[in-house]
Design a binder for this molecule. Structure first.
Ligand SMILES: [Ca+2]
Ligand SMILES: [Ca+2]
Ligand SMILES: [Ca+2]
Ligand SMILES: [Ca+2]
Length: 258
């Protein structure tokens, strides 16, 4: 009996330890999808963690790892240092809500940061400012000006940044930045991870969306596909029908026993 208790106690400790590691950060659902640009091997394969775009610098410093959605809150994780990498700085987050986002293996004619109209199908941009940890939200259309990523072979990673035009919907919204997270905290590989979180997607409640982010060089392209939940009415109706169902079950059981 004492032996059994000891075995149970050890099992309990092990389970707590494993789950404690796995859920260190509660970011919700990993909604990362393929960036559709890969050559099938190692760092250039069809995954997002430990992956960059074909031919690019392959290490954790340039690795974008995942988008997460928790209710309406969007988060982004990377080995890439979103605020201290001065060589090629962070871009903005682009959102498509009608399934025509253009991404993948697209070649350009020459290197350079180019000003282009929005040929990528995106409908909104979350214009991030990493000096104030705040963002402005714009709805954008095909006449809005955006800036491409730098390298011609990385045009599948474009666009990089919002430039001008579109309609300002709201401004100076705060987001949260975190750094120094471990593999156990994030579930990703590479040793050290950075986090952008508290981006509120409530402005497209009920919509499916594609999200996109890259850094200036386009070294890594990060894409996601998620659905922003609609809050109150739907969940209230579900809760109500569940209670009604349980009531019916209890009544039927009573009838059967008689
Ligand atoms: Ca990684
Ligand atoms: Ca990556
Ligand atoms: Ca679109
Ligand atoms: Ca990628």
């Amino acid at each position: 009996m004492k032996k059994l208790f000891t075995v149970l106690a050890i099992s309990f400790v092990m389970i707590r330890f494993l789950s404690g590691n796995a859920s260190a950060l509660s970011l919700g659902t990993d909604i990362t999808i393929s960036d559709r640009n890969n050559t099938g091997t190692a760092w250039y394969s069809d995954r997002e963690d430990q992956e960059v775009e074909p031919g690019m610098v392959a290490n954790q410093t340039w690795d974008l790892e995942g988008f997460f959605l928790n209710g309406t809150i969007l988060s982004m994780v990377g080995g890439y240092d979103f605020i201290n990498n001065t060589e090629y700085t962070s871009g903005d987050i682009f959102i498509d809500i009608n399934g025509d986002a253009v991404f993948g293996d697209i070649d350009g004619s020459s290197d350079g940061f180019k000003s282009v109209s929005n040929i990528y199908g995106y409908d909104y941009v979350i214009d991030l400012d990493f000096s104030t940890f705040s963002y402005d939200l714009y709805s954008i259309d095909s006449s809005t000006l955006l800036t491409t990523s730098y390298y011609k072979q990385n045009q599948g990673s474009s666009p990089w940044r919002y430039e001008s035009g579109g309609s300002l919907l709201s401004e100076n919204i705060s987001f949260t930045y975190g750094t120094g997270f471990s593999d156990a905290d994030t579930g990703f590989l590479g040793g050290s991870h950075n986090l952008v979180t508290d981006i509120d997607m409530g402005f497209i409640a009920g919509s499916d969306f594609i999200a996109h982010f890259t850094m200036g060089c386009g070294n890594d392209n990060l894409m996601a596909d998620g659905t922003v939940p609609t809050p109150e009415p739907a969940s209230m109706i579900l809760l109500g029908s569940g209670l009604i169902g349980m009531g019916g079950l209890v009544r039927r059981k009573k009838v059967g026993n008689n």
